[in-house]
Design a protein around this ligand. Structure first.
Ligand SMILES: O=C(O)CCC(=O)C(=O)O
Length: 309
């Protein structure tokens, strides 16, 4: 292996939060041992499978063996938080503790969805999950402007510690293994230490990766700067993961929960979940009318009461 690590100290599957935080800081990822019971994991698996079937459009003849991005991201099934009885995963104390360790106290859920790697799926392209963040610049230097960023324009390089300032982590992913993650069935692959490089992987290059092999009910957690991808599934059963992505409160969330959640589902959310989903204001941001309110209310409620006066 190249880079700052040797096999001896790579992250290990553990329930020790201190070790998990340390692995996350040093290597850009960690492996949390058995957070869900076998019964609960099986319930989650069934929910995901049903949802995935439900989202399949009649006549859809997609090629299941192609990996993202070649087949355009349809590997992702939307698993809407607040809708499927899975909020305890997004709110799990270990997930929240690791998210707060990396991002600080106030966090939002950026996305909550399943990622199914079907038998025959090829390896995904290595990538980071905060590619949209402008790069730091030196005085007088011109970087890519915020509104001009695409995945393609970000700088590439080697997965070694940078020699100039880099961005902090603003996103973290908690990938729940709903089935066993093994190298043979497409476990997440990661490049240890790449979170400190400040650059992105070059799609034309190959890099040494580590397979995050964890049993069902456990989780693989990575700093969004860490280069990663799902592996190739050479097995005969789907590899099922559920990703809870958290971000700082000042960033746009990947999934638009405030728009997407049915009003009936919104009404059942706990305050903790409402805060996580982005209904809670942060420093006035996210308001509809009252900048002092804890939670935003739909703008149309105010407009219609103003009209009826
Ligand atoms: O499914 C996986 O193992 C990796 C998913 C991934 O690359 C991502 O969530 O950004």
């Amino acid at each position: 292996m190249t880079g700052p690590t040797s096999d001896r100290d790579l992250p290990r599957l553990t329930g020790d939060i201190v070790r998990l935080c340390d692995d996350l800081d040093r290597f850009g990822f960690c492996l949390a041992d058995t957070l869900l019971s076998p019964q609960e994991t099986e319930r989650v698996r069934k929910t995901v499978v049903l949802r995935a079937q439900g989202e399949r459009v009649p006549g859809d003849d997609r090629d299941e063996t192609l990996a993202w991005p070649q087949r355009g991201g349809d590997q992702w099934q939307l698993l809407m938080a607040g809708e499927d009885g899975l909020d305890h995963m997004a709110l799990h104390p270990t997930a929240i503790a690791l998210a707060r360790h990396l991002l600080g106290e106030r966090i939002h859920l950026s996305g909550f969805s399943s990622h199914i790697v079907h038998p025959g799926n090829q390896v995904m392209d290595l990538h980071t999950d905060q590619w949209w963040l402008p790069q730091p610049v030196m005085p007088g230097e011109t970087g890519t402007k915020a509104g001009d960023i695409t995945r393609e324009v970000q700088p590439t390089g080697l997965p070694v510690p940078a020699t100039r300032p880099i961005n902090p982590a603003v996103v973290i992913n908690v990938m729940w293994a709903v089935t066993d993650f093994t190298a043979a069935c497409g476990a997440t692959r990661l490049v240890p230490g790449s979170h400190l490089s400040g650059v992105h992987p070059d799609p034309a290059e190959t890099y040494d990766t580590v397979d995050a092999e964890v049993p069902a009910g456990s989780a693989v957690i990575w700093d969004a700067r860490t280069w990663h991808a799902s592996g190739r599934n050479d097995g005969n059963a789907p590899r099922i993961g559920v990703t809870a992505t958290y971000c700082g409160p000042q960033f746009r969330q990947l999934q638009n929960f405030t728009c997407g959640l049915r009003p009936e589902a919104q009404a059942t959310l706990s305050d903790g979940m409402r805060a996580l989903l982005g209904f809670e204001l942060w420093q006035s941001y996210g308001a509809t009318d009252d900048f002092e309110a804890r939670f935003a209310r739909p703008g149309y409620e105010r407009a219609s009461s103003a009209r009826s006066r």
